[in-house]
Design a binder for this molecule. Structure first.
Ligand SMILES: Cc1ncc(COP(=O)(O)O)c(C=O)c1O
Length: 453
């Protein structure tokens, strides 16, 4: 035991307690990936994935990755400076063309793209203005810059408030100012008011960086994200995206003009000092881009699924905060209640939604994040709404007597289809498991024990 263990003891005791209470929501061992996942003999409807278009399981992406492995092998053995393939260049060319920027740089992850950009440009003469709800990869990039430039000023402004941004920028005494925002916020599901934010930034001659990790590929008429929705693609100085969400893979990308991109490729620490993205992932991303560019039905189905589920949740009376997209947080407030809600859904209804608690979100703003994807079936979403109605009442998040307005025949059909999907996903063993746990529940009731014991 060393002092290293001092930090671990209390923290791990809390995690162990959550596990003992069967409420530990992390690192469940999936045996397949998709809107239905197998865990041991169980089949679970999964709302935790950012694979918004369901492309990670698409045969065209898989084939593209397999072919690339055959030709290029599994890795490049070095960073991009020493190992850039023709396929990396092709992907960068295609992304720049798609989003109408001068140039593009592909990083090994979205996290590295953000850390790379944000640790490269701000210096001691810079104020960086960040939205209060900025993602960890934005924060870490600025923290790294601060480590190298201790006089760098970091200021936060109220979430999505152009007025608050103006206040921060007008108070800055630094020569250079930089504004960094997200397009679609990953835990709240709301979209940044980009035109107003950009207008304020322009007043102060501050370049604007937009991280649209969640919006690119999933939002906008042609999938070009929040900037397309607001028609401001040409007004963003640096746009950052990832292949780990709508593109169904892994990797990050940065778009800007040729000078900024060329500079980044020689300067950004996370680009220069980390190995290149394997070509299998590059070619999978190219296959995803082919689909996103040519077939907008994926985005349309995502919007359709999101609307169906959101309407169902709102009708039940759930508070979805400011969400207006397929990211639908079910606001709970209390931390323990959010964990309990997640555990009830998992054990009682075979549905997985991720509890977000402090410090992931502000204290008292705990929630279940529920990501709807193109790949979810109406039956699985309908079945989930029924489960949420029942559990929501049990936890007193919904008033007693709350029901969906679904007809009985439709409910029966959804349940049957949902069970069939379960069998297809996990085999008949999963039904036996469900029967056993139902039997266990009945015998507990007969013995007068509570469900929580
Ligand atoms: C808003 C945001 N930006 C950046 C990232 C990092 O992307 P990646 O998973 O590709 O590292 C994420 C991932 O969760 C994110 O939510």
């Amino acid at each position: 035991m060393s002092w290293l263990h001092d930090a671990t003891t209390e923290f791990l005791a809390q995690a162990e307690e959550a596990k003992r209470q069967k409420a530990f929501p992390f690192m469940r061992r999936f045996e397949n990936i998709g809107p239905r996942v197998k865990i041991r003999r169980g089949s679970y409807i999964n709302f935790t994935s950012n694979d918004y278009l369901g492309l990670s399981q698409d045969k065209r992406l898989i084939k593209a990755g397999q072919n690339a492995i055959e030709h290029y092998g599994t890795g490049l053995g070095s960073s991009r400076l020493q190992a850039t393939s023709d396929r990396h260049d092709e992907l960068e060319f295609r992304l720049a063309k798609w989003l109408d920027f001068g140039a593009c740089s592909v990083f090994t992850s979205g996290y590295q793209a953000l850390v790379g950009v944000l640790s490269t440009f701000p210096d001691d003469d810079t104020t960086v203005a960040l939205d209060k709800l900025s993602h960890a990869s934005i924060l870490d990039g600025v923290y790294l810059a601060q480590g190298m430039n201790p006089d760098l000023e970091l200021r936060f402004f109220k979430h999505n408030s152009a007025k608050a941004l103006r206040r921060v920028l007008s108070q800055s005494e630094k020569k250079k100012k930089l504004v960094v925002v997200e397009g679609l916020y990953s835990v709240d599901g709301d979209i940044a008011p980009l035109p107003e934010l950009i207008e304020v930034a322009r007043e102060f001659d501050a370049p604007v960086i937009v991280d649209d990790a969640h919006g690119l590929g999933s939002l906008g008429k042609t999938g070009r994200g929040c900037a397309e929705i607001h028609n401001v693609l040409g007004d963003i100085d640096i746009l950052i995206g990832t292949f780990s969400k709508s593109f169904g893979g892994i990797g990050g990308f940065v778009l800007s003009d040729r000078a900024i991109i060329d500079y980044l490729k020689l300067k950004a620490r996370s680009f220069v000092y980390s190995a290149a993205l394997p070509v299998a992932q590059v070619d999978a991303a190219l296959a995803a881009l082919d689909i996103i560019e040519s077939d907008h039905s994926y985005i349309e189905r995502l919007a359709d699924n999101a609307q169906f589920f959101r309407e169902g949740l709102l009708r039940l009376g759930f508070n979805l905060g400011d969400s207006e997209t397929h990211i639908t947080p079910l606001m709970v407030g209390d931390e323990m209640k959010a964990l309990t809600f997640g555990a009830y859904l998992y054990h009682g209804a075979s549905v997985i939604m991720m509890p977000f608690i402090y410090p992931g979100v502000a204290l008292g703003k705990a929630r279940l994040r529920c990501n709807v994807t193109t790949a979810h079936s109406k039956a699985d979403m309908g079945f989930t709404l029924e489960a949420l109605a029942a559990i929501g009442q049990k936890l007193e998040l919904l008033p007693a007597g709350t029901t969906t307005n679904t007809a009985a025949w439709q409910k029966a059909l959804w349940t049957a289809e949902s069970k069939l999907r379960g069998i297809r996903n996990a085999g008949f063993g999963f039904l036996a498991d469900e029967l056993l746990s139902a039997k266990d529940l009945v015998s507990r009731k007969l013995r007068g024990q509570s469900d929580d014991e």
